[in-house]
Design a protein around this ligand. Structure first.
Ligand SMILES: Cc1cc2nc3c(=O)[nH]c(=O)nc-3n(C[C@H](O)[C@H](O)[C@H](O)COP(=O)(O)O)c2cc1C
Length: 179
């Protein structure tokens, strides 16, 4: 698949078939996503793949702020949690911020990794939708995410049962200026 087709063809998928997704395929996607760039090649993004009864608990108990997201997770075979190891991205070895954006660079790393993950999944015929709305505290508790990790985003993962149109994009004139 050409990069242009991969970038333009990927859609956020909110309906999934119940066709199972092998762990080996998830491993392959994470291996591809590991080629995303990161702050000083710090590679702090970590994935937690959740399925079965634990995923059902996650979907039904940890999205009270936006139950629609929980309902999507509930009918996908997997939920993939994107987490970041704290205290490295954007920081010097002594923990001081390299520039004024400090540790917020971790979110940039997660964005790069997240897009790479979603594109790698799409190339394998799988759907994703990055989710930023969830009950963070209850997920940290349910999944026993350690203190040195930050939960950043979640995506369901599975074979799509829908082929949504691309939402309209801004024009190049709106997005780009030359000086
Ligand atoms: C940081 C971020 C958070 C998002 N959070 C949600 C979410 O909580 N629920 C959801 O259904 N979609 C969420 N989305 C998906 C966007 O709505 C989607 O990317 C956008 O509508 C464009 O559609 P497309 O991905 O099909 O091109 C999020 C996307 C990003 C990048």
């Amino acid at each position: 698949m050409e990069a242009r087709e991969c970038i333009k063809g990927r859609r956020s998928i909110r309906k999934y078939s119940d066709k199972p997704v092998d762990k080996a395929l998830i491993e392959e996607i994470v291996e591809t996503a590991s080629y995303a760039p990161s702050w000083k090649h710090s590679q702090t993004i970590r994935y937690i793949a959740v399925t079965g009864e634990l995923k059902h608990k996650l979907a039904t108990e940890c999205f009270t702020s936006f139950p629609g997201n929980g309902a999507i997770i509930d009918q996908a075979p997997w939920a993939i949690l994107m987490t970041g190891i704290k205290g490295r991205s954007g920081l010097e070895r002594d923990g001081s911020p390299t520039n004024r954006r400090g540790a917020t660079w971790q979110m940039y790393d997660a964005g790069c990794a997240g897009e790479a993950f979603c594109l790698a999944a799409y190339e394998k015929g799988l759907g994703t939708v990055i989710m930023g709305i969830f009950d963070e505290d209850s997920i940290v508790k349910l999944l026993e995410i350690p203190d040195d990790r930050e939960l950043i985003a979640i995506t369901p993962l599975g074979y799509p049962d829908d082929a949504p149109q691309a939402p309209k994009r801004k024009t190049v004139e709106e997005l780009l200026e030359f000086k």
